[in-house]
Design a protein around this ligand. Structure first.
Ligand SMILES: *[C@@H]1O[C@H](CO)[C@@H](O)[C@H](O)[C@H]1NC(C)=O
Length: 246
């Protein structure tokens, strides 16, 4: 399972690594654009400078300058903070790099909608006394927002409906499953209604109940037995009459 809070935070990462291959030291920096609002008003440009696993100096656009975390980091921060052009450049990068790229991601991915594939299935068969359990499953939709409801002869059912959370597939798509427990009535129409940005209007999927299973029961067996016996008597009588008339 995903942590939903994690999904709502977006990162644009840029990485560069310098390696002292001979002695195995790693100097790297990670540049991140971090935001969660759709208008990018909370955009933060963050650059972490690592020596091996440790951040020794960091730039945070909200702070607007470098902060050092080791002796060397503090000296580096002091040195870079004395360069107003460099700081100006980084401040401008919040728009030039972060907001610009976030806008591209937004139009390429976030604003797109993919409609779900909807399937109705029978979980438990009921009769006039025992409830039936139906499931309406919506697969592979994006974005996450969706509304699934049950209709009984066109009227929205509110009770005896249970629904799973919207579940991320892990590939940007989501799925959801909703169950309806009900006592079937002859001639009524059960439908599942799905509303999603990928559809132009609410889509209604009617449930086509499978034919009831044929069962041999005692009265039916008795009737069939009597019918077979009658047929036997008629044939025997016909045969007897035929024999006599010869
Ligand atoms: C950047 O700085 C602001 C202000 O100090 C702080 O609230 C925020 O958490 C910092 N961001 C990161 C990712 O460290």
């Amino acid at each position: 399972m995903f942590l939903p809070n994690l999904c709502s935070f977006h990162h644009i990462l840029m990485l560069s690594v310098f390696t002292g291959a001979a002695n195995g030291y790693y100097n790297s920096h990670w540049s991140q654009c971090i935001y969660s609002s759709s208008d990018f008003s909370d955009m933060v440009y963050l650059i972490d400078y690592y020596f091996n696993k440790y951040v020794y100096v960091q730039y945070n656009s909200t702070v607007g300058k470098f902060v050092g975390f080791s002796e060397f980091g503090v000296k580096t921060a002091e040195y870079w903070n004395k360069n107003p052009e460099f700081l100006q450049q980084l401040k401008a990068d919040v728009d030039r790099v972060c907001r610009h790229n976030a806008e591209l991601y937004k139009t390429a991915i976030h604003d797109k909608a993919v409609a779900p594939v909807v399937k109705l299935s029978l979980v438990k068969r009921g009769d006039s006394r025992h409830p039936s359990l139906l499931m309406c499953s919506a697969y592979d939709f994006y974005p996450e927002k969706i509304k699934v409801s049950w209709l009984r002869d066109g009227v929205v059912v509110t009770s005896d409906v249970t629904s799973t959370e919207k579940m991320p597939n892990g590939d940007w798509y989501y799925q959801i499953h909703t169950e309806l427990e009900y006592i079937p009535k002859a001639g009524e129409k059960i439908s599942c209604m799905v509303e999603h940005a990928g559809f132009e209007k609410p889509m209604i999927y009617d449930w086509n109940p499978p034919l009831p299973e044929f069962e041999w029961n005692t009265p039916l067996l008795f009737t069939a037995g009597v019918a077979a016996l009658m047929l036997g008597i008629i044939i025997a009588a016909a045969g007897f009459i035929y024999y006599k008339s010869k």
